[in-house]
Design a protein around this ligand. Sequence first.
Ligand SMILES: [Mg+2]
Length: 325
Amino acid sequence: MQLPLLPAAARAALLGLAVGDALGVPVEFQPRQARVLDPVTGMRAYGTHRQPAGTWSDDSSLTFCLAETLARPNGRTGMPDLGDFARRSINWLYHEYWTATNQTFDVGNATRIAIDRMQRGTAPSAAGPRSESDNGNGALMRILPLVFHDTWQAENLNLDAAWALTEAVASVTHGHPRSTLGCFLYLLVARGLLAGNSIGAAYEQMRQLAGPWLKNGSIPAVVEDRYYQAVLNGKLPGLEESNISSTGYVVHTLEAALWCLLKHDTYAATVLAAVNLGDDTDTTGAVAGGLAGLAYGEAGIPAGWLAVLARRADIESLAERLVGE
Ligand SMILES: [Mg+2]
């Protein structure tokens, strides 16, 4: 038996992620101190990338590319067609595919290297840079649609299978196991929220499932769990903001997004907190926003933000196709 795949949940996840991204785009790269003096309270125009209000960036674009791949026939059963995802990613970077305003801007280093390699013929499974220094948040920021895959939706979740699937999809751009582990822990929380658990319960469930599995697992990646201790030891909700970093490092982004989710009780407060941490604002906003969308539903996202969100109808259509038969 599968957990229910509700189109409403897919819409909430994709819209929630894109709204968080769009809130962060105008202030990307600005430090936390700038947000202390001038906090983001809603959709802004221009700023860092000189885009109109409601413009989302690479985080949403590549999330939508993955959702398109999963929406294809049999895309949510078995191994997704990574060649299809590769073609869509190349089209995004060079031909404005799935962009907000017909303009591609904001691309991470590892992602650009991987897409360039695939354009020159490298297989998707070998494209992602995989050294320890290649652990930016570029796989984490686009991984959320994978929670709708049958492997992640199985009532009795097979963690080995879920890891293998996540590793394959993450590695197209980020081949180091630390990136996969960040995606894996994120998807565990997303799965719990999708099943209707509270945020606190979904976080605890992630720890209860991942902790023993990482301790007993035989995969080499288990050594990476030491980098996620703040997420795995259960003390994350008690940390002060000064202990939360919001750089583009995958570990920081997961910590920051989960911390914002655990500390707040509305969609708006969660994503604004994420953006106002500063630095990699759009990605922290997107990663937190996807989970907050699942937690609070589409109705929890402020209507005024959705009203200016670029390509809202296209995103909703994609969500319906993602979970359709
Ligand atoms: Mg971005």
